[in-house]
Design a protein around this ligand. Sequence first.
Ligand SMILES: O=C(O)CCC(=O)C(=O)O
Ligand SMILES: [Fe+2]
Length: 171
Amino acid sequence: MFEVGLSYSKTTRACALRRAAPLADLPHLRALLEAASVSLGGPADLRERQLNVICRRYLPGHGLEPHRDLPEMIEEDIYGCVLSNTSGSALEFHRLREPEPDGHHGGREESRISPSAFRVDELPGTCFRQRGAARFEWNHGIEKVSYGERWSVTWRWIRTDSVWFREDSAL
Ligand SMILES: O=C(O)CCC(=O)C(=O)O
Ligand SMILES: [Fe+2]
């Protein structure tokens, strides 16, 4: 795991963000983030003072526990790109609760017809964005890899109104 921009991997409520590798030193990574963002209709400006990038390599035995990236710390939109995946694992989403009953369908029918899990069909270069329900009503994780490797880059922005955020000069 390798972080760029602001790092929160060891952050707790009692421990502030740190500065990780600067994106300016990684022009290919910056170009990837910009291209992926724009291709998904997102911003071209990466707002680097709030940006956190996590590059992950999953080897056999590695996975990622189901989680929701902390809403109190991280802005709504989270982007990602799968660089390559020769493993049998992929990003999977699981709904945290059933959808609200809907007047037209009734709660029971609705929960039967709407899925509670979603697996990303990953090809090299697959990009995704988590927002809305995918961000707040579903969690996501990676089942432990048993063979091959998976490489991903995900990026997000630290909320300036969170207790963790500090301006650059204070890091
Ligand atoms: O590796 C991935 O695609 C997901 C990573 C992730 O969910 C995270 O770093 O919060
Ligand atoms: Fe995540």
